[in-house]
Design a protein around this ligand. Structure first.
Ligand SMILES: [Zn+2]
Length: 331
């Protein structure tokens, strides 16, 4: 049986219909947020295309030599290219390795499949190195690019790939899947999907690491910032340990809720409904203009933090803490 996640059904059908019509491209671009299982999907495609004996429903058999090699994680026709360290760029040498791999003859006499993730970890020279392969793909090869920020890919790369897009997951199947995961969920599934932008695998990860509970502390931190009761450096380093991008995205969602509470009153619908009481309290001490300024500022900082370039997350968080209290003094 194919082990698809319930939010990947439409994308899988799209892939199958390309295959059934003999329109499979040499390069696929899978796009969507982190936490949607795009690598998992790419692996399913690889396994599916390499099976030597697919059954009538077009599913891999699980028994042939190719399926067995896949099972032990040692298939010679599959390669995965990732940055050597998370958050770092891909190297030209890695792209050369990819090109050489794709030009070799397939072991199972089917395809050679390379998955590259994340594609936005290519800079101009790595993208150029890859471009030639995209323009003249070796026979019987497939390249699967995975991107969480496709807007950052050069148009020359994007235009040569067939794109399969994954939207935030929120369907009934997803909700049931989450409820079946045997984890203690103290929050409603709606809140969790809202907080992660519809990324079920991120929810699992964050629940296991008790990350959601940390949001409560961050709201308390903001109360303390506003009372001038924090050590900026200490707080920034604690926030950094939670993940810089993570904390900024929480702060942005807090601001959205604060603005709603301010404009629509205490009963307004909010994202962080489990923190309504604390947020209401904060809203009392903030003017709407200031909330908007802070939100804009956070949005800029969020883009900075995800722009891959080597940024200093500690000083970025320090700036945010200082800005929260003095938005009119900076910029
Ligand atoms: Zn098989």
């Amino acid at each position: 049986m194919l082990n698809l996640f319930p939010w990947q059904q439409a994308q899988w059908q799209r892939f199958l219909s390309m295959q059934n019509q003999n329109r499979l491209p040499h390069a696929l671009l899978l796009t969507g947020n982190q936490g949607l299982g795009l690598m998992h999907f790419a692996q399913l495609i690889s396994r599916h295309l390499l099976c030597l004996n697919p059954n009538a429903d077009n599913q891999f058999c699980g028994a042939c030599q190719s399926c067995q090699l896949f099972e032990v994680g040692n298939h010679p026709d599959i390669q995965i290219i990732e940055p050597e360290e998370a958050g770092k760029q891909l190297k030209v040498a890695q792209i050369r390795e990819l090109i050489e791999f794709m030009s070799l003859k397939s072991f199972t006499t089917k395809n050679k499949i390379v998955t590259l993730c994340p594609a936005e970890a290519m800079n101009r020279s790595t993208a150029n190195a890859l471009l030639k392969t995209l323009e003249e793909p070796p026979a019987q090869s497939m390249l699967i690019l995975i991107s969480h920020h496709p807007e950052r890919l050069p148009i020359t790369i994007r235009s040569r790939c067939q794109r399969i897009e994954f939207k935030p997951a929120a369907n009934q199947g997803t909700i049931e899947w989450l409820e079946q995961q045997n984890i203690e969920i103290d929050y409603s599934v709606d809140i969790l999907l809202n907080l992660t932008g519809g990324a079920p695998l991120s929810i699992i990860d964050m629940l296991e690491n008790n990350i959601f509970a940390e949001r409560q502390h961050v709201v308390a931190d903001i109360e303390n910032i506003m009372k001038d009761k924090v050590n900026v450096i200490e707080l920034a380093s604690r926030w950094e340990s939670l993940g810089c991008g993570q904390v900024i995205s929480w702060l942005m969602r807090f601001c959205q809720d604060l603005a709603r509470l301010k404009l629509l009153g205490s009963e307004a619908e909010v994202i962080n409904s489990d923190l309504r009481h604390q947020l209401l309290n904060l809203a009392k001490h903030l003017e709407i203009n200031r909330i908007m300024h802070i939100y804009d500022y956070l949005q800029d900082k969020y883009l900075e933090s995800t722009a891959q370039s080597n940024f200093n997350s500690l000083s970025l968080l320090e700036e945010i803490i200082i800005y929260w209290n003095n938005p009119e003094h900076i910029k």
